[in-house]
Ligand binder design. Structure first.
Ligand code: SF4
Length: 694
């Protein structure tokens, strides 16, 4: 524990004179007016000598000796002593005496005396006894000064009054008073110094112990000032009231003594600390200020080597200069889980720390690690490694981000190929970058490009694709059977991935019987075998077929039908020369118009319609040529016939007949075609014609 003892602590010159005198004069028949000083120990010492304390000169016997303490006393006291033959040992401090002269003169001049001080303080009481005219006491800038508006004022201060408050009161009087204001800054130099030092010590310490009589105005002032700069001020009357527990584990403690506090009180407090096994290093403000000067030479971001001095629950203390100890918070240490014991075992070891803040200096071991990692990363980046950042903002020219402690800038033209209109949409997104350059004008700034990565990847993808295509085209031939996965379908076919290459299976190559939609045959995502139908290497197109690997319907019915069979089917198509009848999926037969009815028909539609189901006889069955010749009339009874001849004409093979119409009772004339009626063309020949049409 470092203990800063105030250099301006202990007896001031005025108090010391009074105490020295009280301790040296013959005690017999000697009295002191009021407590000599506000310190129990000293008062006891004097009392033990036989010097008695009185509150009024009236209590002092004639012919005796009366000590006037350093606070001084009013003129009336001296008058009483003179009248009663009391010998006065005037220990009034010269600073107080000076103030008494000022107020006395002001009173004689009829001016209003204003004392900045505490009304009940003995010094102020004594001063008022010298004013001789109107006088006021103000203790705070918050008092009401309006009464002084029309007065000629002489302002003095209690010698131990707060310098800060006195200055504020001065300002108020200058504004408030409309007549004259004479200001005498009578706060004694030692008080000013002590108050200044108290503030400085308090600023440096974790706690401040202020020692002095609890009724000591100057000591209370010091405590009040210290508390403005330090969160922990311990006010005690003397060393006996000191409790070590209140400062245990603190690193730097200040000891401030009032003007009426003997210097040995500080030594007693130090002794009590050591009794509690504290390792106390007494130092002075100047030492600390000197060390602070060394601290100030640090630069933010500087790496220093420091020695571990001790460890506490909050962190470790290190010494960078061999004297001043600086705490490194446990959160700033490069360790998984902080342990006081583990670091206590490292006392004496040197570690590297980064200065992260100045005044007071803050150090971090983690930042050193981070900095080294960043340096290594920067070396990789400079060597061409890709890195990733999250875009944090934009400026006029591009995107901004941070990589560790380095700012990153991506010019707009380096985001991707082509013009980027909306930069904002990249904010919050990850950017993959490569270094263009590191600008080092002020702090290092990384200028980087995402475009070069994207373009390189695109080129690589295209090269791989070309190589794969080359390999693919080298591996297939027309007629090969390949396995492919259906990736997507369209109205005209399916795109099938064969070894990663998209091939087209046209809808016409999916089924022998024809399909309305691709998905009637193929399912997206499933794998099938296809036959390679066509390869266009230049155009990078491959046509494949599915139906080519499926059995044809005609092969399946080769042994199923034969001439003479009567079959059942549905009319699916009508042409001028006949009707196609579907016997089963993919197997259509033709009923020639002449084979529809025994009657003569001009058009098949006069007897048949699409969708009509009929029975027919197979006249001919040729699976190799995919032909079935059917006849409906062959299974219908031949009507009664009558030969008709027309004079002068070639024999007409059409015969007229009459049959009764059961519905209307009329007879209907009809004609029946036979082969001769086709002008010599055979049905087979006609069917051949039909097949071409088909
Ligand atoms: S504090 Fe100042 S004025 Fe008071 S006794 Fe000490 S030196 Fe004198």
């Amino acid at each position: 524990m470092q203990v800063i003892i105030a250099e301006n602590g202990g007896f001031c010159s005025g108090v010391k004179s009074a105490v020295d005198l009280a301790l040296s004069v013959p005690a017999e028949n000697t009295f002191v007016l009021g407590e000599l000083i506000h310190n129990r120990d000293v008062v006891s010492l004097i009392s033990e000598r036989g010097i008695r304390t009185v509150s009024s000169p009236e209590e002092v016997p004639e012919g005796a000796t009366l000590i006037i303490r350093s606070h001084g006393a009013g003129k009336a006291v001296f008058d009483v002593c003179a009248r009663r033959g009391i010998r006065v040992l005037d220990c009034t401090c010269p600073f107080v005496k000076n103030t008494q002269r000022i107020v006395s003169r002001a009173g004689a001049e009829g001016k209003t005396v204003v004392v900045a001080g505490h009304r009940d303080h003995p010094e102020v009481v004594g001063l008022l006894g010298w004013c001789g005219a109107e006088c006021f006491v103000f203790s705070s800038e918050e008092d009401d000064f309006s009464i002084l508006r029309e007065k000629n004022v002489v302002l003095v201060a209690q010698t131990t009054f707060s310098q800060e408050k006195f200055l504020k009161i001065c300002e108020i009087l200058k504004k408030e008073c409309q007549k004259t204001v004479e200001i005498f800054p009578t706060i004694c130099y030692t008080t000013v110094r002590r108050q200044k030092e108290a503030a400085e010590i308090a600023r440096l310490c974790d706690a401040v112990v202020v020692i002095g009589g609890l009724n000591s105005s100057n000591t209370n002032k010091l405590g009040e000032i210290a508390s403005r700069h330090c969160g922990r001020v311990i006010r005690i009357a003397d060393a006996g009231a000191f409790e070590y527990e209140k400062i245990k584990n603190l690193k730097r403690v200040g000891l401030i003594l009032g003007a009426s506090t003997p210097g040995w009180q500080a030594q007693e407090v130090l002794f009590k600390m050591e009794e509690n096994n504290a390792e106390v290093q007494a130092t002075t403000m100047q030492d600390v200020v000197d060390e602070m000067g060394k601290e100030e030479r640090y630069k933010k971001g500087q790496i220093i080597t420091a020695k571990i001095v001790s460890a506490s629950d909050e962190g470790i203390y290190v010494s960078a200069s061999g004297k001043l100890e600086i705490m490194v918070a446990k959160d700033e240490l490069d360790c998984e889980a902080y342990s006081k014991e583990a670091y206590s075992a490292k006392v004496g070891e040197e570690i590297e720390l980064m200065v992260t803040a100045l005044g007071p200096v803050k150090l971090s071991q983690k930042m050193v690690k981070k900095m080294k990692e960043e340096e290594a990363m920067l070396a990789d980046i400079e060597a061409g490694a890709e890195f990733t950042v999250t875009c944090t903002g934009t400026n006029k020219g591009g995107l901004t981000a941070e990589l560790g402690t380095y700012p990153v800038f991506v010019p707009a033209k380096e985001i991707r190929s082509g013009y980027v209109k909306d930069l904002e949409k990249y904010v919050g997104k990850k950017l993959r970058l490569k270094l263009i350059e590191i600008r080092k004008e002020r702090r290092k700034e990384i200028i980087a490009s995402q475009r070069v990565i994207l373009e390189a990847e695109k080129a690589e993808r295209e090269a791989i694709k070309a190589a794969k295509e080359e390999e693919f085209f080298n591996s297939i031939q027309v007629g090969d059977v390949v396995e492919g996965k259906v990736e997507r379908v369209t109205s005209f076919g399916a795109f099938v991935s064969v070894n990663g290459f998209d091939c087209l299976a046209h809808i016409s190559d999916l089924s022998w019987t024809g399909v309305k939609a691709v998905t009637d045959v193929l399912e997206i995502g499933k794998k099938y075998e296809f036959k390679v139908l066509k390869i266009d290497r230049e155009g990078k197109k491959v046509s494949i077929g599915y139906k080519q690997l499926q059995p044809q319907p005609w092969d399946l019915v080769r042994d199923k039908y034969k001439a003479g069979d009567v079959v059942h089917g549905k009319v699916v198509r009508i042409v001028p020369f006949g009707a196609f009848v579907e016997l089963e999926k993919g197997i259509d037969g033709l009923v020639h118009v002449s084979q529809i009815s025994h009657e003569w028909l001009e058009n098949p539609t006069s007897a048949l319609s699409i969708g009509q189901e009929i029975d027919a006889k197979i006249l001919a069955f040729n699976p190799d040529e995919k032909r079935i010749t059917l006849s409906i009339k062959a299974i219908e009874p031949r009507p009664e016939t009558a030969e008709v001849r027309t004079e002068g004409e070639r024999p007409v093979r059409a015969k007229k007949a009459r049959r009764s119409n059961a519905q209307n009772g009329e007879e209907e004339e009809y004609r029946e075609w036979n082969e001769g009626g086709l002008g010599g063309a055979s049905i087979a020949e006609m069917l051949h014609l039909d097949e071409e049409n088909k």
